[in-house]
Design a protein. Structure first.
Length: 200
C-alpha cells in the first residue's frame, strides 16, 4: 500500500526541535563538529515542508566516516550509503521510514556547506520563490510513494526550474561566501558559541 508524502504548513516548533537535536549532536561529536546548522525546508519560516528536521554538520575531514558515524549511531542515526558520500554522507533516524531527523555531514568551509546554507537563506529572503516551492511540494507529494526510498529521492530532486536558475545566478554573483544565518540556527564550534554567519 502506497504512503502519501506528508507536506505540512510551517510549524514554529521545528526551530525548537532543531535546537534540541543540535545540542544532542554537539555533545556526542564534541570538537569533531565545527558547526551545526538547521537547513532544509523546516528552516525556512512560512514554508510548507515534510515534518523532518534537516541538520547540516560541518567537520574538518569527511574520512574516515566512522569517526562521526559511530557517535551518531549512538543517537539513533543510521548511515545511508550513497554515491554522494564523497561530499555529503547522509544519516537518518529512526532507521526505518518515516524519519524524524536527517543529518548531512559536509566539509567545514567547503563548497557544499556554503551552497546548502546559501540556498536556505535564498528561500528565507525571497518569499515569493519560497511560495512557488511550497506549491510544487504539495503537487509532487501526490505523485510519489513515501514508502519507497527511490521515490523519496526523486521527490527531493525536483525543484522548479525558475527557482534553480535564479538561485544559481545569485550564487555565482552575490551569495557565495556571503550568506547569513540567524544566531539561533547554528552552533559554531571554533568560537564555542552560536554562529552569526553561515559562511565563515
Amino acid at each position: 500500500m502506497s504512503q502519501r508524502l506528508q507536506i505540512l504548513p510551517y510549524d514554529p516548533g521545528w526551530a525548537f526541535e532543531f535546537e534540541t537535536e543540535r545540542d544532542r549532536i554537539s555533545r556526542a561529536l564534541g570538537k569533531l563538529a565545527r558547526r551545526i546548522d538547521h537547513n532544509g525546508s523546516t528552516a525556512v519560516p512560512g514554508l510548507e515542508a515534510k515534518p523532518i528536521i534537516d541538520i547540516q554538520v560541518s567537520v574538518d575531514n569527511l574520512n574516515p566516516i566512522r569517526a562521526y558515524a559511530e557517535p551518531l549511531a549512538g543517537l539513533g542515526y543510521r548511515h545511508a550509503p550513497h554515491s554522494d558520500d564523497a561530499v555529503c554522507p547522509f544519516f537518518h533516524r529512526p532507521s526505518e521510514w518515516p524519519h524524524s531527523h536527517h543529518v548531512h555531514v559536509v566539509e567545514s568551509s567547503g563548497v557544499e556547506e556554503r551552497r546548502t546554507l546559501a540556498f536556505r537563506d535564498y528561500l528565507r529572503d525571497y518569499s515569493d520563490v519560497a511560495h512557488e516551492y511550497g506549491v510544487l511540494k504539495r503537487r509532487l507529494a501526490a505523485l510519489y510513494d513515501a514508502g519507497k526510498p527511490a521515490d523519496r529521492e526523486m521527490y527531493a530532486s525536483r525543484r522548479p526550474s525558475s527557482l534553480t536558475e535564479s538561485f544559481r545566478s545569485l550564487w555565482h554573483k552575490d551569495i557565495r561566501g556571503n550568506c547569513k544565518t540567524p544566531s539561533n540556527n547554528s552552533f559554531h564550534r571554533s568560537a564555542g558559541q552560536r554562529a552569526s554567519q553561515a559562511c565563515p
